[in-house]
Design a protein around this ligand. Structure first.
Ligand code: OOG
Ligand code: NI
Length: 468
Protein backbone atom coordinates (compact mmCIF):
# COMPACT_ATOMS: atom_id res chain seq x y z
CA UNK A 1 0.00 0.00 0.00
CA UNK A 2 1.77 3.20 -1.09
CA UNK A 3 2.03 5.82 1.62
CA UNK A 4 1.68 3.37 4.53
CA UNK A 5 4.15 3.69 7.38
CA UNK A 6 6.75 1.04 8.07
CA UNK A 7 7.36 -0.04 11.66
CA UNK A 8 10.13 1.48 13.74
CA UNK A 9 11.34 -2.13 14.20
CA UNK A 10 11.89 -2.39 10.47
CA UNK A 11 13.78 0.90 10.32
CA UNK A 12 15.99 -0.24 13.20
CA UNK A 13 16.70 -3.55 11.44
CA UNK A 14 17.57 -1.81 8.18
CA UNK A 15 19.83 0.56 10.07
CA UNK A 16 21.64 -2.19 11.99
CA UNK A 17 22.25 -4.08 8.77
CA UNK A 18 23.59 -0.97 7.02
CA UNK A 19 25.78 -0.10 10.01
CA UNK A 20 27.14 -3.63 10.18
CA UNK A 21 28.04 -3.57 6.49
CA UNK A 22 29.71 -0.19 6.79
CA UNK A 23 31.72 -1.30 9.82
CA UNK A 24 32.79 -4.49 8.09
CA UNK A 25 34.40 -2.50 5.28
CA UNK A 26 35.89 0.07 7.66
CA UNK A 27 37.29 -2.46 10.20
CA UNK A 28 38.13 -5.80 8.54
CA UNK A 29 38.72 -7.53 11.91
CA UNK A 30 35.04 -7.01 12.66
CA UNK A 31 34.18 -9.43 9.85
CA UNK A 32 36.56 -12.03 11.32
CA UNK A 33 34.98 -11.57 14.74
CA UNK A 34 31.46 -12.05 13.39
CA UNK A 35 32.53 -15.30 11.75
CA UNK A 36 34.15 -16.55 14.95
CA UNK A 37 31.15 -15.68 17.10
CA UNK A 38 28.78 -17.32 14.61
CA UNK A 39 30.88 -20.49 14.66
CA UNK A 40 31.02 -20.70 18.47
CA UNK A 41 27.31 -19.88 18.87
CA UNK A 42 26.37 -22.65 16.45
CA UNK A 43 28.51 -25.14 18.39
CA UNK A 44 27.04 -24.08 21.74
CA UNK A 45 23.47 -24.37 20.47
CA UNK A 46 24.15 -27.78 18.93
CA UNK A 47 25.61 -29.05 22.21
CA UNK A 48 23.16 -27.52 24.68
CA UNK A 49 19.56 -28.51 24.06
CA UNK A 50 18.33 -26.83 27.22
CA UNK A 51 19.82 -23.47 26.25
CA UNK A 52 18.46 -23.64 22.69
CA UNK A 53 15.01 -24.45 24.04
CA UNK A 54 15.13 -21.62 26.53
CA UNK A 55 16.25 -19.11 23.88
CA UNK A 56 13.53 -20.34 21.56
CA UNK A 57 10.85 -19.96 24.26
CA UNK A 58 12.05 -16.43 24.98
CA UNK A 59 11.93 -15.52 21.29
CA UNK A 60 15.68 -14.84 21.41
CA UNK A 61 16.94 -17.53 19.10
CA UNK A 62 16.36 -15.53 15.93
CA UNK A 63 17.73 -12.30 17.30
CA UNK A 64 21.15 -13.70 18.28
CA UNK A 65 22.52 -13.46 14.74
CA UNK A 66 21.59 -9.81 14.31
CA UNK A 67 22.17 -8.72 17.90
CA UNK A 68 24.71 -5.87 18.10
CA UNK A 69 25.59 -2.96 20.29
CA UNK A 70 27.67 0.02 19.31
CA UNK A 71 29.00 3.17 20.94
CA UNK A 72 29.37 6.83 20.05
CA UNK A 73 30.71 9.84 21.94
CA UNK A 74 28.98 13.16 21.40
CA UNK A 75 30.36 16.64 21.96
CA UNK A 76 27.44 18.94 22.71
CA UNK A 77 24.02 19.07 24.33
CA UNK A 78 22.42 19.80 20.94
CA UNK A 79 24.01 16.69 19.45
CA UNK A 80 22.56 14.58 22.26
CA UNK A 81 19.14 16.21 21.92
CA UNK A 82 19.03 15.42 18.21
CA UNK A 83 20.33 11.85 18.55
CA UNK A 84 17.39 11.12 20.87
CA UNK A 85 14.98 12.20 18.13
CA UNK A 86 16.92 10.26 15.49
CA UNK A 87 16.96 7.06 17.54
CA UNK A 88 13.23 7.46 18.22
CA UNK A 89 12.64 7.01 14.47
CA UNK A 90 14.17 3.54 14.94
CA UNK A 91 12.13 2.78 18.06
CA UNK A 92 15.01 3.33 20.48
CA UNK A 93 14.73 5.19 23.78
CA UNK A 94 17.16 6.31 26.44
CA UNK A 95 17.48 3.81 29.29
CA UNK A 96 19.80 4.21 32.28
CA UNK A 97 22.30 6.87 33.33
CA UNK A 98 25.98 5.98 33.60
CA UNK A 99 28.47 8.30 35.25
CA UNK A 100 31.95 7.48 33.97
CA UNK A 101 33.71 10.47 35.55
CA UNK A 102 34.27 8.46 38.73
CA UNK A 103 36.44 6.16 36.64
CA UNK A 104 38.45 9.01 35.15
CA UNK A 105 36.57 9.25 31.86
CA UNK A 106 35.08 12.75 31.36
CA UNK A 107 31.70 11.62 30.00
CA UNK A 108 28.25 10.59 31.15
CA UNK A 109 26.22 8.16 29.14
CA UNK A 110 22.98 6.36 28.44
CA UNK A 111 21.87 3.37 26.41
CA UNK A 112 19.48 3.89 23.51
CA UNK A 113 17.53 0.69 22.88
CA UNK A 114 14.07 -0.71 22.20
CA UNK A 115 11.94 -1.21 25.31
CA UNK A 116 9.23 -3.78 24.78
CA UNK A 117 9.79 -7.50 24.46
CA UNK A 118 8.44 -7.83 20.93
CA UNK A 119 10.64 -5.01 19.66
CA UNK A 120 13.69 -6.40 21.50
CA UNK A 121 13.15 -9.75 19.88
CA UNK A 122 12.91 -8.30 16.38
CA UNK A 123 16.23 -6.54 16.83
CA UNK A 124 17.65 -5.39 20.17
CA UNK A 125 20.14 -2.87 18.70
CA UNK A 126 21.63 -0.74 21.47
CA UNK A 127 23.96 2.22 21.36
CA UNK A 128 26.07 3.23 24.35
CA UNK A 129 25.89 6.99 23.90
CA UNK A 130 28.24 9.28 25.78
CA UNK A 131 28.27 13.03 26.14
CA UNK A 132 31.61 14.76 26.70
CA UNK A 133 31.74 16.84 29.88
CA UNK A 134 33.81 19.83 28.85
CA UNK A 135 33.33 21.33 32.31
CA UNK A 136 35.73 18.69 33.58
CA UNK A 137 38.60 20.17 31.52
CA UNK A 138 40.57 22.32 33.94
CA UNK A 139 42.47 24.43 31.41
CA UNK A 140 40.00 27.25 30.71
CA UNK A 141 41.51 28.30 27.44
CA UNK A 142 41.51 24.78 26.07
CA UNK A 143 37.94 24.26 27.26
CA UNK A 144 36.81 27.38 25.38
CA UNK A 145 38.70 26.33 22.28
CA UNK A 146 37.18 22.82 22.34
CA UNK A 147 33.69 24.29 22.80
CA UNK A 148 34.21 26.63 19.84
CA UNK A 149 35.41 23.79 17.60
CA UNK A 150 32.41 21.63 18.56
CA UNK A 151 29.97 24.52 18.06
CA UNK A 152 31.03 24.77 14.41
CA UNK A 153 30.40 21.18 13.38
CA UNK A 154 27.16 19.70 12.06
CA UNK A 155 27.05 15.96 12.62
CA UNK A 156 23.63 15.32 11.07
CA UNK A 157 22.81 15.76 7.40
CA UNK A 158 20.01 18.27 6.73
CA UNK A 159 18.00 15.44 5.12
CA UNK A 160 18.34 13.20 8.21
CA UNK A 161 16.93 16.02 10.31
CA UNK A 162 14.13 16.72 7.81
CA UNK A 163 13.11 13.05 7.81
CA UNK A 164 13.23 12.93 11.62
CA UNK A 165 10.86 15.90 11.69
CA UNK A 166 8.68 14.21 9.12
CA UNK A 167 8.48 11.13 11.38
CA UNK A 168 7.57 13.31 14.37
CA UNK A 169 4.89 15.22 12.46
CA UNK A 170 3.30 12.39 10.52
CA UNK A 171 3.84 9.66 13.11
CA UNK A 172 5.94 7.45 10.84
CA UNK A 173 7.90 7.06 7.62
CA UNK A 174 7.01 5.32 4.39
CA UNK A 175 9.26 2.55 3.04
CA UNK A 176 10.95 4.97 0.63
CA UNK A 177 11.46 7.58 3.34
CA UNK A 178 12.76 4.90 5.70
CA UNK A 179 15.46 3.71 3.35
CA UNK A 180 16.49 7.28 2.67
CA UNK A 181 16.54 7.94 6.42
CA UNK A 182 18.79 4.93 7.02
CA UNK A 183 21.33 6.11 4.43
CA UNK A 184 21.28 9.67 5.77
CA UNK A 185 21.49 8.68 9.45
CA UNK A 186 24.40 6.38 8.69
CA UNK A 187 26.47 9.41 7.64
CA UNK A 188 26.63 10.56 11.26
CA UNK A 189 28.35 7.32 12.31
CA UNK A 190 30.85 7.15 9.47
CA UNK A 191 34.59 7.33 10.01
CA UNK A 192 36.38 10.45 8.70
CA UNK A 193 40.09 10.28 8.01
CA UNK A 194 40.33 14.08 7.90
CA UNK A 195 40.49 15.88 11.23
CA UNK A 196 38.88 19.29 11.62
CA UNK A 197 41.86 20.53 13.66
CA UNK A 198 45.61 20.99 13.20
CA UNK A 199 48.12 18.46 14.48
CA UNK A 200 49.12 20.98 17.14
CA UNK A 201 45.55 21.41 18.48
CA UNK A 202 45.02 17.66 18.38
CA UNK A 203 48.13 17.17 20.50
CA UNK A 204 46.98 19.65 23.13
CA UNK A 205 43.56 18.00 23.32
CA UNK A 206 45.15 14.57 23.39
CA UNK A 207 47.56 15.54 26.17
CA UNK A 208 44.60 16.61 28.31
CA UNK A 209 42.71 13.34 27.68
CA UNK A 210 42.75 11.04 24.66
CA UNK A 211 39.00 10.87 24.75
CA UNK A 212 38.69 14.64 24.39
CA UNK A 213 40.83 14.54 21.24
CA UNK A 214 38.64 11.75 19.88
CA UNK A 215 35.42 13.70 20.38
CA UNK A 216 36.57 17.19 19.43
CA UNK A 217 38.89 16.66 16.44
CA UNK A 218 36.54 15.07 13.95
CA UNK A 219 33.54 15.88 11.78
CA UNK A 220 31.32 13.40 13.53
CA UNK A 221 30.93 10.78 16.28
CA UNK A 222 32.26 7.77 14.37
CA UNK A 223 30.86 4.50 15.68
CA UNK A 224 33.80 3.16 17.69
CA UNK A 225 32.80 -0.52 17.93
CA UNK A 226 30.01 -2.89 17.01
CA UNK A 227 29.63 -5.84 19.33
CA UNK A 228 28.05 -9.22 18.59
CA UNK A 229 26.54 -11.37 21.37
CA UNK A 230 28.14 -14.73 21.98
CA UNK A 231 26.81 -17.67 23.94
CA UNK A 232 30.31 -18.58 25.19
CA UNK A 233 32.61 -15.63 25.66
CA UNK A 234 35.44 -17.70 27.15
CA UNK A 235 35.55 -19.92 24.09
CA UNK A 236 35.53 -16.98 21.66
CA UNK A 237 38.29 -15.33 23.69
CA UNK A 238 40.31 -18.56 23.54
CA UNK A 239 40.02 -18.77 19.77
CA UNK A 240 40.81 -15.11 19.10
CA UNK A 241 44.63 -15.34 18.89
CA UNK A 242 44.44 -17.96 16.12
CA UNK A 243 42.52 -15.37 14.10
CA UNK A 244 45.04 -12.64 14.77
CA UNK A 245 43.00 -10.92 17.47
CA UNK A 246 44.51 -10.06 20.89
CA UNK A 247 41.86 -9.51 23.57
CA UNK A 248 42.38 -7.54 26.78
CA UNK A 249 43.66 -9.47 29.79
CA UNK A 250 40.42 -10.08 31.69
CA UNK A 251 36.75 -10.39 30.86
CA UNK A 252 34.78 -7.56 32.49
CA UNK A 253 31.78 -8.29 34.68
CA UNK A 254 30.73 -11.42 36.57
CA UNK A 255 32.64 -14.72 36.43
CA UNK A 256 31.69 -17.71 34.29
CA UNK A 257 28.72 -19.50 35.90
CA UNK A 258 26.10 -22.14 35.09
CA UNK A 259 23.41 -19.48 35.35
CA UNK A 260 24.73 -16.37 33.63
CA UNK A 261 24.01 -13.01 35.18
CA UNK A 262 24.10 -9.51 33.68
CA UNK A 263 26.81 -8.98 31.12
CA UNK A 264 30.33 -10.25 30.44
CA UNK A 265 32.46 -8.37 27.93
CA UNK A 266 35.91 -8.30 26.46
CA UNK A 267 37.45 -6.00 23.88
CA UNK A 268 40.52 -5.87 21.70
CA UNK A 269 42.70 -2.94 20.86
CA UNK A 270 41.84 -0.10 18.56
CA UNK A 271 43.32 0.22 15.14
CA UNK A 272 45.90 2.90 14.57
CA UNK A 273 44.46 4.86 11.68
CA UNK A 274 46.05 7.42 9.39
CA UNK A 275 44.69 10.94 9.84
CA UNK A 276 45.08 14.11 7.82
CA UNK A 277 45.25 17.14 10.10
CA UNK A 278 44.50 20.61 8.82
CA UNK A 279 47.43 22.94 8.25
CA UNK A 280 48.23 26.30 6.68
CA UNK A 281 50.36 24.90 3.93
CA UNK A 282 48.14 21.84 3.37
CA UNK A 283 47.25 18.77 5.39
CA UNK A 284 49.75 17.03 7.65
CA UNK A 285 49.71 13.30 8.25
CA UNK A 286 49.31 11.63 11.67
CA UNK A 287 47.52 8.77 13.35
CA UNK A 288 44.62 8.27 15.79
CA UNK A 289 43.27 5.29 17.68
CA UNK A 290 39.53 5.26 18.15
CA UNK A 291 38.02 2.04 16.98
CA UNK A 292 38.08 -1.35 18.62
CA UNK A 293 36.35 -4.70 18.71
CA UNK A 294 34.32 -6.24 21.50
CA UNK A 295 32.22 -9.30 22.30
CA UNK A 296 29.57 -9.75 24.96
CA UNK A 297 27.66 -12.53 26.67
CA UNK A 298 24.35 -11.74 28.32
CA UNK A 299 22.68 -13.28 31.36
CA UNK A 300 19.71 -12.68 33.62
CA UNK A 301 18.74 -9.15 34.69
CA UNK A 302 19.21 -8.68 38.43
CA UNK A 303 16.76 -6.95 40.79
CA UNK A 304 17.94 -4.05 42.96
CA UNK A 305 18.77 -6.60 45.65
CA UNK A 306 20.72 -8.84 43.26
CA UNK A 307 22.48 -5.86 41.74
CA UNK A 308 23.56 -4.56 45.14
CA UNK A 309 25.09 -7.97 45.87
CA UNK A 310 26.81 -8.01 42.46
CA UNK A 311 28.24 -4.51 42.98
CA UNK A 312 29.46 -5.41 46.45
CA UNK A 313 31.12 -8.66 45.36
CA UNK A 314 32.77 -7.05 42.35
CA UNK A 315 34.07 -4.14 44.43
CA UNK A 316 35.51 -6.53 46.99
CA UNK A 317 37.45 -8.42 44.30
CA UNK A 318 38.68 -5.23 42.66
CA UNK A 319 39.76 -3.90 46.03
CA UNK A 320 41.77 -7.05 46.59
CA UNK A 321 43.41 -7.71 43.21
CA UNK A 322 44.32 -4.96 40.76
CA UNK A 323 45.06 -6.20 37.29
CA UNK A 324 48.12 -4.38 35.93
CA UNK A 325 48.29 -2.55 32.59
CA UNK A 326 49.96 -5.47 30.86
CA UNK A 327 47.64 -8.05 32.36
CA UNK A 328 49.74 -8.89 35.43
CA UNK A 329 47.68 -10.70 38.10
CA UNK A 330 44.90 -11.50 35.61
CA UNK A 331 44.92 -15.12 36.81
CA UNK A 332 44.58 -14.10 40.47
CA UNK A 333 41.72 -11.79 39.57
CA UNK A 334 39.79 -14.49 37.73
CA UNK A 335 40.28 -16.97 40.59
CA UNK A 336 39.24 -14.42 43.22
CA UNK A 337 36.18 -13.41 41.18
CA UNK A 338 35.00 -17.02 40.93
CA UNK A 339 35.58 -17.58 44.64
CA UNK A 340 33.73 -14.49 45.92
CA UNK A 341 30.80 -14.89 43.55
CA UNK A 342 29.95 -18.17 45.24
CA UNK A 343 27.95 -15.89 47.54
CA UNK A 344 25.49 -15.32 44.67
CA UNK A 345 23.46 -18.52 44.18
CA UNK A 346 24.10 -20.26 40.85
CA UNK A 347 20.62 -21.67 40.30
CA UNK A 348 17.67 -20.00 38.56
CA UNK A 349 15.25 -21.18 41.18
CA UNK A 350 17.32 -20.01 44.10
CA UNK A 351 17.87 -16.61 42.52
CA UNK A 352 14.12 -16.37 41.97
CA UNK A 353 13.21 -17.43 45.51
CA UNK A 354 15.63 -14.94 46.97
CA UNK A 355 14.36 -12.13 44.73
CA UNK A 356 17.78 -11.61 43.16
CA UNK A 357 16.82 -11.74 39.48
CA UNK A 358 13.89 -11.14 37.10
CA UNK A 359 12.00 -13.97 35.43
CA UNK A 360 9.38 -14.41 32.76
CA UNK A 361 6.55 -16.72 33.83
CA UNK A 362 4.41 -18.88 31.61
CA UNK A 363 1.70 -21.49 32.01
CA UNK A 364 2.71 -24.97 30.83
CA UNK A 365 0.48 -27.22 28.67
CA UNK A 366 0.04 -29.40 31.81
CA UNK A 367 -1.16 -26.32 33.69
CA UNK A 368 -3.65 -25.43 30.98
CA UNK A 369 -4.92 -29.00 30.92
CA UNK A 370 -5.42 -29.02 34.70
CA UNK A 371 -7.31 -25.71 34.77
CA UNK A 372 -10.01 -25.80 37.46
CA UNK A 373 -8.22 -28.29 39.68
CA UNK A 374 -4.94 -26.50 40.27
CA UNK A 375 -3.31 -25.98 43.66
CA UNK A 376 -3.76 -22.55 45.13
CA UNK A 377 -0.19 -22.13 46.34
CA UNK A 378 1.91 -20.50 43.58
CA UNK A 379 5.07 -22.29 44.68
CA UNK A 380 3.13 -25.54 44.36
CA UNK A 381 2.17 -24.55 40.80
CA UNK A 382 5.86 -24.29 40.00
CA UNK A 383 6.82 -27.44 41.90
CA UNK A 384 4.17 -29.46 40.05
CA UNK A 385 5.13 -28.11 36.65
CA UNK A 386 2.00 -26.03 35.94
CA UNK A 387 3.86 -22.74 35.98
CA UNK A 388 7.38 -22.24 34.66
CA UNK A 389 9.87 -19.42 34.55
CA UNK A 390 12.82 -18.38 32.40
CA UNK A 391 15.41 -15.68 33.02
CA UNK A 392 14.76 -12.19 31.64
CA UNK A 393 17.88 -11.22 29.72
CA UNK A 394 19.80 -8.12 30.80
CA UNK A 395 19.50 -5.58 27.97
CA UNK A 396 21.68 -2.81 29.40
CA UNK A 397 25.29 -1.97 30.26
CA UNK A 398 27.43 -1.96 33.41
CA UNK A 399 29.29 1.22 34.37
CA UNK A 400 32.33 -0.48 35.94
CA UNK A 401 32.71 -2.74 32.89
CA UNK A 402 32.21 0.20 30.53
CA UNK A 403 34.93 2.13 32.35
CA UNK A 404 37.25 -0.87 31.88
CA UNK A 405 36.41 -0.99 28.17
CA UNK A 406 36.99 2.76 27.78
CA UNK A 407 40.26 2.57 29.66
CA UNK A 408 41.71 -0.39 27.84
CA UNK A 409 41.03 1.26 24.53
CA UNK A 410 42.32 4.65 25.57
CA UNK A 411 45.49 3.33 27.24
CA UNK A 412 45.65 2.50 30.91
CA UNK A 413 48.03 5.31 31.80
CA UNK A 414 45.24 7.84 31.86
CA UNK A 415 43.62 7.28 35.24
CA UNK A 416 42.34 10.60 36.49
CA UNK A 417 39.94 11.53 39.19
CA UNK A 418 37.51 14.29 38.52
CA UNK A 419 36.23 16.39 41.37
CA UNK A 420 32.74 16.85 39.92
CA UNK A 421 30.56 13.81 40.09
CA UNK A 422 27.41 12.51 38.55
CA UNK A 423 25.15 15.12 36.96
CA UNK A 424 22.08 13.31 35.78
CA UNK A 425 19.95 16.44 35.76
CA UNK A 426 22.30 18.17 33.30
CA UNK A 427 22.34 15.05 31.13
CA UNK A 428 18.55 14.87 31.02
CA UNK A 429 18.28 18.55 30.26
CA UNK A 430 20.62 18.13 27.28
CA UNK A 431 18.75 15.01 26.20
CA UNK A 432 15.41 16.78 26.42
CA UNK A 433 13.84 13.82 28.22
CA UNK A 434 14.16 11.68 31.32
CA UNK A 435 16.22 8.52 31.05
CA UNK A 436 14.13 5.48 31.86
CA UNK A 437 14.84 3.27 34.84
CA UNK A 438 15.92 -0.16 33.63
CA UNK A 439 14.86 -1.91 36.84
CA UNK A 440 11.31 -0.63 36.40
CA UNK A 441 11.25 -1.94 32.84
CA UNK A 442 12.35 -5.43 33.92
CA UNK A 443 9.90 -5.45 36.82
CA UNK A 444 7.05 -4.52 34.48
CA UNK A 445 7.92 -7.31 32.07
CA UNK A 446 8.08 -9.85 34.90
CA UNK A 447 4.76 -8.70 36.35
CA UNK A 448 3.05 -8.73 32.96
CA UNK A 449 4.23 -12.28 32.24
CA UNK A 450 3.03 -13.52 35.60
CA UNK A 451 -0.35 -11.89 35.23
CA UNK A 452 -0.80 -13.44 31.81
CA UNK A 453 0.29 -16.89 33.03
CA UNK A 454 -2.11 -16.72 35.99
CA UNK A 455 -4.95 -15.64 33.76
CA UNK A 456 -4.24 -18.57 31.46
CA UNK A 457 -4.46 -20.88 34.47
CA UNK A 458 -7.66 -19.21 35.68
CA UNK A 459 -5.89 -18.05 38.84
CA UNK A 460 -5.53 -14.36 38.14
CA UNK A 461 -5.85 -13.27 41.78
CA UNK A 462 -2.75 -15.13 42.94
CA UNK A 463 0.65 -13.52 43.19
CA UNK A 464 4.02 -15.03 43.93
CA UNK A 465 5.62 -13.75 47.11
CA UNK A 466 8.99 -12.99 45.49
CA UNK A 467 7.34 -11.01 42.74
CA UNK A 468 4.88 -8.89 44.69
C1 OOG B 1 31.98 3.03 25.14
C2 OOG B 1 32.59 2.04 26.08
C3 OOG B 1 31.56 1.21 26.81
C4 OOG B 1 30.40 -1.08 26.73
O1 OOG B 1 30.04 -2.04 26.04
O2 OOG B 1 30.28 -1.06 27.96
C5 OOG B 1 31.04 0.06 26.04
C6 OOG B 1 33.00 3.83 24.39
O3 OOG B 1 34.19 3.48 24.39
O4 OOG B 1 32.59 4.83 23.78
O5 OOG B 1 31.09 -0.01 24.86
NI1 NI C 1 30.67 -1.88 24.07
Amino acid sequence: MPGAFVSTDRIRSLFTEAMSQMYRTEVPQYGTLIELVGEVNAEVLAGDQELSERLRRAGELERIDVERHGAIRLGTAEELFTIRRLFAVMGMQSVGYYDLSVAGVPVHSTCFRPIDEAALNVNPFRVFTSLLRLELIEDEELRAEAAAILARRRIYTPRAIALTEQHEKAGGLTEAEASEFVAEALETFRWHGEATVSAETYKRLHDTHRLIADVVSFKGPHINHLTPRTLDIDEVQRRMPARGITPKAVIEGPPRRDCDILLRQTSFKALEEPIAFTGNGGATAGTHTARFGEIEQRGVALTAKGRALYDQLLASVRGEVQVGASGAKAGDYVAELAERFKALPDSWDQMRREGLAFFRYFATPEGRAAKGRLPSDPEALIAEGYLRFDPVIYEDFLPVSAAGIFQSNLGTDQQQNYATRSNRAAFEEALGAKVQDELELYAERQAASLEMAMETLGLSSLKLKTVA
